[in-house]
Ligand binder design. Sequence first.
Ligand SMILES: [Zn+2]
Length: 320
Amino acid sequence: MILRWTGVPFLLREFVQRNRVTILCYHDPEPKIADLHIRKLQHLYNIIPLSAYVNARRSRTVAALPKKALVITFDDGHKGNYGLLPVLKKHQVPVTIFLCSGIIGTQRHYWWKACVDHNMVHSLKLVPDEARLAQLADCGFNEVNEYPERQSLSRAEINDLRAAVDFQAHSRLHPILPQCTDKRAWDEIAGCKLDLERDYGLRVFALAYPNGDYSERELEFAKRAGYACALTIDGGYNTSQTDLFRLKRVRLNDKADVNELIVKASGLWGIVESIRARSAYGYAHMRRVILVRRRISRTNAPKMQHRITLAQKGRDNDGG
Ligand SMILES: [Zn+2]
């Protein structure tokens, strides 16, 4: 992580991130690592709640937010998140955890954890939802079965965490939304908000797209279901102009050391990756993407848009 010492993360923080809101995305970090990261982030940034940014957007007061504002989020509602409670209390930082309302409080499992290998997880994200479920069934997995071991936060743990955590929505069972039928995509998006509000008494205003995957349809459904914003894992920072239903997040490795944290949180890693991707795919590929994009903007085809989103991401997220 020699990039840390180039001085570029410092420059990005002071000049680019200064007037932008950076949102980090974790999944299930060890409390010890979260402790270290939060301490470092508190030193380098001003940590604000997600709601502060969304409210500032509504009242057009983004410029009044603290400089170098940063939001910390965790996806999925992993059981291990409960261990973060002492860390959050100690540092008094606001964080958001995105919950799968059909998995929390049950012994259901996250589907990608049922797969034996990494390639299978990747390929299952690229097929229609029914095909994903059929292949998982071949491995003996069913998304609504309960198993002896619990993977998600329990109801009691969520209640304990409530004083320190803002809980928001991450679908019911974490399918890849653009691969779902209209019916299922709507049920996952609108149903999660309903479940969390009805069963947990939460005030839900934000949706994190499972695996960061979305198409125009998901944007539309999120708006119609009454969310005020939705979050992707498209890298980058947020301004007073960013589409509220396509908020950008910087994805962090749960095991990242401090060097990696500083480089990735600064956005430098995303920039290096996009340059790398550009040289790897070459000019011809970029040209193809631009052409397809133009076609999509004319046809507004959600499935195609999704394929492009995946292609541009050029990464493989096991967790969602
Ligand atoms: Zn997820």
